[in-house]
Design a protein around this ligand. Structure first.
Ligand code: PMP
Length: 395
């Protein structure tokens, strides 16, 4: 008898195991958002402590108005790809402005950040080798799987150096890394990666999904000021919208927008999302205090958790992981926090290295919300004994 292709291990099975422990952490539907910092689930108002809307822009009046106005003017979708009927003046303006924001020559806007990363597969011919940090986001990993050529992972710049040294001559070499790793909130050593890549004639591509808008000078991200061969990113986090971006030297961007199948064969970013991303650029420039607040709140939450003995390493960013030994333990803690009115993200292998609750606040939160999260942690888990030293944040 043939095996059932729909019967393989996955999140649905983890979900069943957790449900048997009384933990219902996935696909929970929010009915609405209130006060920009809370959501309503099953009629209960819970503090959202797991959103990547770091600057709190997704409910900002300027973004909401821009999205509504663009929908009235252009409709709900462009019904086609960028190369054919789907390009709007909004896309072109967004590309010019996001390239300038990132300090790059040119940019191409894609429909999601996942698709921007998948586009990288078009760089991998049969003789090429892709080197990816083992902690990279799933979309970078998929790009390597989709492309031709060989894949090598590395865990730090030193291991990258030895793997590059062992790579065959002749083909192209590409190094892919997240700027901020999405599960643990730690950062890549981009300077060192650039130096190693240069020593072996490799190109460097950096995914700025979690740093664009939040970290670096003016929020321009961790790669700003460094020579990179391409930056990929998303408008779905600090930019409070949806959409992806490929930015870099003009020829590199042009090659990808005309050859990458995830870009060429998918409908363009909807007008509302493009207009919201454009408005986000304006708000990021006009309201730098949002960035400062997001980072200050993250630092407070890190340090509050650490003083209760909850280790938030290796993060130095607004993505705050609290690790557990087993998924059941993490899930039970998740449910306790949810009961206490705090929504966090329950993550585990293979997405994250260990079972963890992943927390992030937005610029719409304030110190009273940090206190709420900390008291929920204290009520659910008590202190963990040791008072850990404060974190030095990446800014
Ligand atoms: N890269 C990283 C590092 C991410 O965390 C994410 C989103 N989880 C993406 C890319 C994909 O972005 P999008 O949500 O726009 O598809």
């Amino acid at each position: 008898m043939a095996a059932d292709p729909f019967d393989k291990a996955g999140l649905h099975q983890a979900e069943d195991v957790l449900k048997a422990h009384g933990v219902d952490a996935y696909f929970r539907a929010a009915a609405e958002r209130t006060g920009d910092s809370h959501i309503i689930i099953d009629g209960r108002r819970v503090l959202m402590a797991g959103s990547a809307d770091y600057l709190g822009l997704s409910t900002h009046p300027r973004l909401v108005e821009a999205a509504v106005a663009a929908t009235r003017r252009y409709g709900t979708t462009v019904s086609g790809s960028r190369a054919l009927n789907g390009t709007l003046d909004l896309h072109v303006t967004l590309e010019e402005r996001i390239a300038a924001f990132l300090g790059q020559e040119a940019a191409a806007v894609t429909t999601t950040g996942f698709q921007a990363n998948l586009a990288l597969s078009a760089l991998l011919g049969r003789d090429d080798v892709a080197f990816g940090d083992a902690r990279n986001h799933a979309s970078l990993i998929e790009a390597v799987r989709l492309g031709w050529g060989k894949a090598r992972s590395y865990r730090d710049p030193e291991q990258l150096r030895s793997r590059l040294a062992a790579a065959p001559d002749g083909g192209g070499r590409l190094v892919f890394t997240d700027g901020v790793f999405s599960m643990d909130g730690d950062v890549a050593d981009l300077r060192e990666l650039r130096a190693v890549a240069d020593a072996y004639g490799a190109k460097l591509v950096v995914d700025a999904a979690h740093d664009m808008g939040v970290l670096g000078v003016g929020g321009a991200g961790l790669a700003a000021g460094l020579r990179v061969d391409l930056i990929t990113s998303t408008f779905s986090k600090a930019f409070g919208s949806l959409g992806g971006v490929l930015a870099g030297p003009r020829d590199n961007v042009r090659y990808l927008r005309s050859n990458a199948r995830s870009v060429l064969f998918s409908a363009a970013l909807p007008p509302a999302s493009a207009a919201a991303a454009l408005a986000a650029l304006e708000v990021i420039a006009a309201e730098p205090e949002r960035r400062a607040r997001a980072l200050d709140l993250a630092e407070s939450l890190h340090n509050g958790l650490r003083s209760l003995g909850y280790d938030t390493r290796p993060s130095t960013t607004p993505i705050i992981p609290v690790r557990f030994t087993t998924m059941a333990e993490a899930g039970t803690f998740w449910a306790g926090l949810f009961e206490a009115g705090v929504f966090t993200n329950l993550v585990g292998p293979p997405a994250a290295t260990t079972p963890a609750l992943r927390l992030s606040l937005t610029a719409n939160h304030d110190e009273s919300h940090v206190a709420t999260v900390l008291s929920a942690f204290h009520d659910v888990g008590g202190g963990r004994g040791t008072d850990l030293p404060p974190v030095t944040m990446t800014r």
